[in-house]
Design a protein around this ligand. Sequence first.
Ligand code: ADP
Ligand code: UDP
Length: 224
Amino acid sequence: MWRRISSHLSPLLQTRNSFLHTYVNQVQGGILKEKSQFIAFVLGGPGSGKGTQCEKIVETYGFTHLSAGDLLRHEISSKSENGSMILEIIKEGKIVPSEVTVKLILKSISSTDNHKFLIDGFPRTEENRVAYERIIGAEPNLVLFFDCPEEVMVKRILNRKQGRIDDNDETVKTRLKVFKELSLPVVKYYSKKGILHTINGDRTEDEISSQVREVLSAYEPIFR
Ligand SMILES: Nc1ncnc2c1ncn2[C@@H]1O[C@H](COP(=O)(O)OP(=O)(O)O)[C@@H](O)[C@H]1O
Ligand SMILES: O=c1ccn([C@@H]2O[C@H](COP(=O)(O)OP(=O)(O)O)[C@@H](O)[C@H]2O)c(=O)[nH]1
C-alpha cells in the first residue's frame, strides 16, 4: 500500500517534494521502507517507436508511461485554456513552450501513485531540458534513445493511421528538421553525462524490446 508523505506541505513544496522524494512508505514485515522516484526519458525521432516500446516496458516492469505528446493532445481535446495554442504548434510540427509541457508532466507525476515513470518524447529541446531541471530540480536516472533512419521513420509515420493532424508529408518534414536541429543536442548532452542508452530502432518490435530489456534489467535493482 502506497502513501504519500508530503500531504502536510504547502502545494508548491508538496509538488516538488513529491517529485524529489515521492516517497511513499511501504510497511513490509514491520519495516518502513522508502522508495526513490525513478525517471527514464524516452527519446527518438518521430516514428522511431518510442510509444510502442513504452507500452511493452509498462507491461514488463510496471512503469507509468507519460507521453508528452499525449498530454498535449489531451489539452487540445479537453479544450483547456492552452488548447488552441497547442493545436496550432502541433499542426506545424513545432515545439510547445516548455513551461506548458513541464507543468503537465509535473501534474501527472504528482497525481500518480507510482515511483517509476517513463517520460516519452520529452525533452525535445535544450530549453525543454533546462526548464525541466529548473522546475523539477532533478535529472533523469537514465535516457533511452531510439536511433532510426529517417526514411524508416517517415514510412512508419505515414502508415500510422491514428488520425493525427501532424502525420502528413508537410508536417513530417518540419518534425524531422526540429528533431535534428533541436532534439539531437539533448541526446548528445545525455550521452556526455553517461546516462544515454542507444537502441537500434530499425529492427522488429521484438528485437527492439529485447535490447530495451537488456538495458533496463541492469537498473532493476534500483527501480524495483
Ligand atoms: N519496430 C517496428 N517496426 C515496424 N513498425 C513499427 C515498429 N515500432 C513501431 N512501429 C509502428 O510505427 C508507427 C510509429 O511508432 P510509434 O511507437 O507510434 O512511434 P513514436 O512514438 O516514436 O512516434 C506505429 O504505427 C507503430 O505501430
Ligand atoms: O515535449 C513535447 C512533446 C511533443 N510536442 C509536440 O507534439 C508533437 C507530437 O509529439 P509526439 O511525441 O506525440 O509524437 P512523435 O513526433 O514522437 O511521433 C510534436 O511534434 C510537437 O509538436 C511538444 O511540443 N513538446
